[in-house]
Design a binder for this molecule. Structure first.
Ligand code: URA
Length: 210
């Protein structure tokens, strides 16, 4: 797998992911686990954020202490399942701006069609983190990144919980400049486009719908 895919194989991430995969896990617990895993994944995806120093005074002396360089950040959720990952990142980076992209699949062409697009201004000046728990076919993810690039974004990272090899391939072909961060890469897609062994429909599991 290319260097642009990072699998966050931390024991806590893997343990929580196993709990999420189990079909007996309740909606409330599933949501809480997604929140917690997202924070651990966010820790990795922000690892290379630019740093600077500032002069501060400890109770003992002055020092030049490390601090974030203040590069602006935008979080973009692909509706609806991406919303389950927003709060986890926002708790760590409360100043991030938030955008939403809604896409549905046209049953005739099987292509993603945009029904909602609202993103922060000055995207060209921001690190943009796109969140969507399931990178399955990669069609909606690639389309979302297309839209963000058209809106000016040029520094984009993609954060998901589970990825299928098909989705990774699609993203790498369409957007080789977009690094992908995930908790696991599963076997592949079934005939209905579900990730196998996966965890089912992430949106249904987090919102209690069928
Ligand atoms: N979306 C989901 O929620 N689950 C899958 O397995 C694939 C796409």
């Amino acid at each position: 797998m290319s260097e642009s895919v990072t699998v966050v194989d931390h024991p806590l991430v893997q343990h929580k992911l196993t709990l999420m995969r189990e079909k007996a896990t309740s909606t409330a617990v599933f949501r809480q686990l997604l929140h917690e895993i997202t924070q651990l994944l966010a820790y990795e995806i922000t690892r290379e954020m630019p740093m600077t120093t500032k002069a501060i005074e400890t109770p003992l002396e002055r020092m030049d202490a490390p601090t974030l360089a203040g590069k602006k950040l935008a979080l973009v959720s692909i509706l609806r399942a991406g919303n389950g990952m927003l709060d986890g990142v926002l708790e760590l980076i409360p100043l991030a701006r938030v955008g939403f992209i809604g896409l549905y699949r046209d049953e005739a062409t099987l292509k993603p069609v945009q029904y909602y697009f609202k993103v922060p201004e000055a995207l060209d000046d921001r690190l943009v983190i796109v969140v969507d728990p399931m990178l399955a076919t990669g069609n909606s993810s690639a389309a979302a990144v297309d839209l963000l690039k058209k809106a000016g974004a040029d520094n984009i990272r993609f954060l998901c919980l589970l990825a299928a090899p098909e989705g990774i391939k699609r993203m790498q072909e369409a957007h080789p400049d977009v690094p992908i961060f995930t908790a696991a890469i599963d076997r592949g897609l079934n005939e209905k486009g579900y990730i196998m062994p996966g965890l089912g429909d992430a949106g249904d599991r987090m919102f209690g719908t069928k």
